[in-house]
Design a protein. Structure first.
Length: 353
């Protein structure tokens, strides 16, 4: 009887399994992490020079003036007590993330942000700035030209238009690592595996970023390195979504995966229109003709947006097509991606720059 019942239920169980919803698959490395393998936040204080009159006002920013005096004294110039009021420099905070396995000499990106009343960091150059970790030790040194990605324009009447945030920017590969974090992980390396496939037992992965080479007996070190440098190797990229909120740019890697999720998106528009009115006094009165400001504020919300279903898929193109089907702008897409990540349906790391 039990065998008969099992035989009858087996096809039913198979049909239920086949009819079940498909589950998006992700790699273990994209949804889990190894304990101890982590990034470290770095921070530093520095000066930006070379601004076109858009820097800090030394009268309103005493720490900028003190930094200028200290820097010039170290260079053999004493300006203490001088009536300096240059607006071509600004005090900034520098932040960076030290990746795991970073070795001395490696380069990392840095972000700079204004501290006082600078109008723009466009065209500025960051002077040598030490970047410290939470333990107070210096792990990197930053310097370089700043890219803000902002656009601004002004007219003679005082009106101006600004797109982006000109008081914050980035320096690509702007910091040089000076100290290791001291964590080693013996793991398989793509480079070591590729070398050993051609020259067995010649490459050893000491940690996540160092591969030790031992040339075969028939080759010297110089010839062996020359051959190794020309060997192709497969590169594995992590599942990551890079978001630049300032410029509205989104970059996604091919390994990004998404589970089935429903999305509803609407637009809210706030319009403010200035209509100044002229107040004219009555004839022979003691009043004056003045301009009275009058503002019309309207709020419009787009209705009729339906909820769209983005199916789980192993293809990045499906994710992009699903988001484009909503007809959203890049800035709205940034908010959608962050909401999908919060809902647990995005198997990727989101990095905001």
């Amino acid at each position: 009887m039990q065998k008969l019942l099992t035989a009858l239920l087996a096809p039913l169980a198979l049909s239920v399994a086949l009819a079940g919803p498909a589950v998006a698959q992700s790699r273990i490395k994209d949804i889990a992490s190894i304990e101890g393998v982590r990034t470290n936040q770095l921070v530093g204080y520095g000066l930006v020079v070379g601004l076109n009159g858009t820097g800090d006002s030394l009268r309103n920013c005493p720490f900028t003036r003190q930094s200028l005096e200290g820097m010039t004294e170290r260079l053999g110039v004493n300006i203490r007590g001088a009536n300096a009021n240059s607006k071509n420099l600004a005090a900034i905070m520098v932040t960076a993330e030290l990746p795991p396995f970073a070795t001395p000499g490696a380069r990392v990106d840095v972000t700079v942000s204004s501290l006082c009343d600078a109008k723009s960091l466009l065209g500025g150059t960051l002077l040598v700035t030490s970047l410290q970790g939470a333990d107070g030790e210096v792990y990197a040194v930053a310097q370089g030209s700043i890219q803000t990605g902002s656009v601004s324009g002004s007219g003679g009447s005082g009106s101006s238009v600004t797109r982006g945030v000109p008081t914050a920017g980035r320096i690509a590969s702007g910091a040089t690592v000076e100290r290791e974090t001291g964590f080693n992980l013996d793991s398989l390396q793509w480079i070591a595996a590729a070398i050993n496939a051609t020259y067995p037992s010649t490459a050893l992965a000491e940690n996540g970023s160092v591969v030790t080479l031992r040339p075969p007996p028939a080759l010297g070190m110089a010839g062996f390195i020359s051959r190794v440098e020309n060997m192709p190797v497969a590169v594995d990229t992590p599942a990551r979504v890079i978001i630049d909120e300032v410029n509205g740019v989104i970059v996604m890697g091919e390994n990004v995966r998404i589970s089935t999720v429903a999305i509803a998106q609407g637009n809210l528009t706030i319009s403010v229109q200035e209509n100044p009115q002229v107040s004219q006094p009555a004839p022979f009165s003691q009043g004056e003709t003045v301009v009275v400001p009058q503002s019309d504020v309207t709020v419009e919300e787009e209705l009729g947006r339906e909820i769209r279903l983005v199916d789980g898929s192993t293809s990045l193109s499906t994710l992009v097509n699903g988001l484009n089907a909503l007809g959203v702008s890049p800035r709205d897409m940034i908010s959608i991606l962050q909401a999908i990540k919060a809902a647990g349906a995005l198997q990727a790391d989101i990095e905001v720059i």
